[in-house]
Write a protein that binds this ligand. Structure first.
Ligand code: R5P
Length: 294
């Protein structure tokens, strides 16, 4: 690769494989970095080479969320010393669920995170299926949401499911379910979910959903974190005598024993993208990110 490549991709340790794929699609240079953790927990970053051209920093913000956030901000700030154009590609944007004040006096941390990216020197933000467009509106630099729904649908088409139906575990995800179903050429429904804002406990309050009987279901959500939403939705759908349940999401955080609890609830398979590395991440989002960049 020429040293004067049009783009340099700096791959964060949280997204190294995905960043390499994006670099290869863009025919860009790939620059990694070394991270040294001091005894007090501070991290020190050193780039392995000098970046050239437009710089793309790729770094998902999943647990440990705050360390990953500081690392990506440090990389963006360093990149800005070499280029006037620094794109922060955050395939999974942590803190996006804190996009508004749900309860009085709550901090809208997404708004602070957006300001931090600008202060660090990012000139553009690219995310993948961010939790809400409200979260994206906190950025005052150009911000783009690339969607991986089309790539997930390509995967599901190959599974030849029985009379599939797309199901959103909550009303907030109905548009996502609709676009998934339209691309699949199937129908969709959305369940009614209630989450206790203090305890985090999830309850599905939908009445009977006769239309799921004997059908294979694709339960689509933007993310699976503790698995509570998928577990409760699957238990509800199994009571309605549905066929197999496939849990599908863009971002699979799968905290603690989430995977085990989801399988125990009766889910046949969990399928996600590689915005967060892990064994469920079988759908590659590098094509949609490369398209969003170029
Ligand atoms: C909520 O609105 C989101 O779309 C997800 O449904 C939720 O964040 C998943 O979290 P958990 O897996 O902990 O239920």
């Amino acid at each position: 690769m020429s040293l004067l490549a049009r783009f340099t991709v700096i791959g964060g340790l949280s997204s190294e494989q995905l960043a390499r794929k994006i670099a290869s699609r863009l025919k860009a240079r790939y620059v990694g970095y070394e991270l040294r953790i001091f005894p007090d927990g501070e991290g020190k970053i050193t780039l392995k080479a000098k970046p050239t051209g437009k710089i793309i920093v790729v770094h998902s913000i999943y647990p440990p969320v705050d360390s990953n956030l500081v690392q990506v901000l440090a990389l963006v700030s360093q990149a800005r010393k070499y280029s006037s154009q620094v794109y922060a590609v955050i395939p999974y944007m942590g803190y996006a669920r804190q996009d508004r004040e749900f309860l009085p006096r709550e901090v809208v941390t997404m708004s602070l995170v957006a300001k931090m990216f600008k202060a660090a020197g990012a000139t553009r933000i690219i995310v993948v299926d961010i939790h809400s467009m409200m979260a994206l509106r906190h950025f005052c630099i150009p911000a783009k949401n690339a969607t991986a729904i089309g790539e997930l649908v390509k995967y599901f088409r190959k599974l030849h499911l029985k009379d599939p139906l797309v199901v959103s575990p909550d009303m907030g995800g109905i548009e996502r379910a609709k676009s998934f179903a339209n691309l699949m050429g199937t129908g969709y429904i959305a369940l009614e979910k209630h989450r206790d804002r203090k305890t985090g406990e999830v309850v599905i309050s939908s009445s009977d959903n006769q239309e799921v009987r004997n059908r294979d279901l694709i339960l689509v959500d933007d993310m699976i974190s503790t698995g509570g939403s998928i577990v409760k939705a699957t238990e509800h759908l199994k009571r309605q005598k549905c066929g197999r349940v496939f849990a599908c999401c863009i971002h699979a955080l799968l905290i603690g024993d989430a995977e085990k609890r989801i399988r125990r609830a009766g889910v046949t398979r969990i399928i996600s993208t590689n915005t967060i590395p892990g064994k469920t991440g079988v759908v590659d989002v590098s094509p949609v990110i490369a398209r969003a960049i170029s």
